[in-house]
Design a binder for this molecule. Structure first.
Ligand code: C2E
Ligand code: MG
Ligand code: MG
Ligand code: MG
Length: 282
C-alpha cells in the first residue's frame, strides 16, 4: 500500500505533468485577463455558392490578439475556454461583433442584401438559462435581419437531446435564424435525431472532403452525406476545400456551398469588401 501511494505521489509530482499544469494555469489566467480587456478579434472566411460561383456569406472565426504572443488560433485557447466556462463570454462577444458587422454590411451599397454571417455556438452556451434573452438583446441592439444570421452547432448539442435544447432551437427557428450542423460526420448523433431538429444545413467536415480526393472512384462518404442533407431538405456545405479538383467533385455531386482555403483563408473585417469586389466567379 505504501508502495502504491508512493508511486501515486510520484505521479502527482511528475515534472512534465507539473509543467503542463502550470502552463494551463497560465493560459487560464491570461484568458481571464483577455476577456476583461477584450483582446479578441473576429476573422471572416467566405462561403461560396456553387450555383452562382459567388460569395454567399462569411463564417465568423475568433482569434486572440495576445499582447506578447500575437495572434492565437482557437485550437490553442477554445479548449481552455470551454473547460473554465470563459467560452460563454467570449462566444457572446463574437456573436455581438459579428451581428454589428453584418448590420454595417447590410447597409453597404456594394454588398448584397442576401449576404449571411455564420457564428459558431459552443455547446456550453446551451446550458445558460438566459441564452435566448441574450440573443434577442443582440438582435434588438444591432437591428440585424435574423434571416441573414446562421448559427453553427455541433453534434454534441443535438446528442443531449434535451428539452431545453429543443426549445431554444425552436425559438431560433421562430426568429427565422438559420441553424447549421457543423463538422457533420465527426460526432455520434444518429440520423433519426438529426431529423427531429429544425436544421437548415449540414456542414460536411473537412476530414471527409480531404479523403474525397484520395478515393477518386467513390469519393468516400461525401456523396452519401450530400444525399442525407438533400433527403432531409437541408443544404450541404463542404468545409476545407483546398483544391480545384475537390471543387469540381463537389459541383458534380450538386453540393450547394463550399468553404476553404481555395477561395480564401479567414480574413480581417477590413479586407471583406475588397474580397467581395475582386473575387473571381468560382
Ligand atoms: P469550424 O467551425 O469547423 O471552422 C472551420 C475551421 O477550419 C477554421 O479554423 C478555418 O480556418 C479552418 N479552415 C477553413 N478552410 C480550411 C481549409 O481549406 N483547410 C484547412 N485545413 N482548414 C480550413 P479556426 O478558425 O482555427 O477555428 C477552429 C475551430 O474553433 C472552429 O472550427 C470552431 O469549432 C472553433 N471556433 C472558432 N471560432 C469560434 C467561436 O467564435 N465560438 C466557438 N464556440 N467556437 C469557435
Ligand atoms: Mg464552424
Ligand atoms: Mg466546421
Ligand atoms: Mg471542422
Amino acid at each position: 500500500r505504501a508502495k502504491a501511494l508512493g508511486r501515486a505521489r510520484y505521479h502527482v509530482f511528475d515534472p512534465i505533468m507539473y509543467q503542463e499544469a502550470i502552463q494551463l494555469l497560465e493560459i487560464e489566467n491570461d484568458l481571464r485577463r483577455a476577456v476583461a480587456r477584450q483582446e479578441f478579434i473576429v476573422y471572416y472566411q467566405p462561403i461560396v455558392s456553387l450555383l452562382t460561383g459567388k460569395i454567399a456569406g462569411f463564417e465568423a472565426l475568433v482569434r486572440w490578439q495576445h499582447p506578447i504572443r500575437g495572434l492565437i488560433l482557437p485550437a490553442e485557447f477554445i479548449p481552455v475556454a470551454e473547460e473554465t466556462g470563459l467560452i460563454t463570454s467570449i462566444n457572446t462577444w463574437v456573436l455581438q461583433s459579428a451581428c454589428q458587422q453584418l448590420r454595417l454590411w447590410q447597409h453597404h451599397p456594394a454588398i448584397p442584401d442576401s449576404l449571411t454571417i455564420s457564428v459558431n455556438l459552443s455547446a456550453r452556451l446551451f446550458s445558460q438559462p438566459n441564452l435566448m434573452a441574450q440573443i434577442d438583446e443582440i438582435l434588438y441592439e444591432t437591428q440585424v435581419n435574423p434571416e441573414n444570421l446562421e448559427l453553427e452547432i455541433t453534434e454534441t448539442v443535438i446528442m443531449e437531446n434535451s428539452h431545453a435544447v429543443k426549445t431554444i432551437l425552436q425559438q431560433l427557428k421562430e426568429r427565422r435564424i438559420k441553424l447549421v450542423m457543423d463538422d457533420f460526420g465527426t460526432g455520434y448523433s444518429s440520423l433519426s435525431y438529426l431529423h427531429s431538429f429544425p436544421l437548415n444545413a449540414l456542414k460536411i467536415d473537412k476530414s471527409f472532403v480531404k479523403r474525397m480526393q484520395e478515393n477518386q472512384e467513390d469519393m468516400g462518404l461525401v456523396p452519401a452525406m450530400i444525399n442525407i442533407a438533400d433527403s432531409m431538405g437541408m443544404r450541404a456545405i463542404a468545409e476545407g476545400v483546398e483544391t480545384t479538383e475537390q471543387l469540381a467533385q463537389l459541383r458534380s455531386l450538386n453540393c450547394e456551398f463550399a468553404q476553404g482555403f481555395l477561395f480564401s483563408k479567414p480574413i480581417e473585417q477590413q479586407s471583406v469588401l475588397n474580397l467581395l469586389t475582386t473575387a473571381p466567379q468560382w
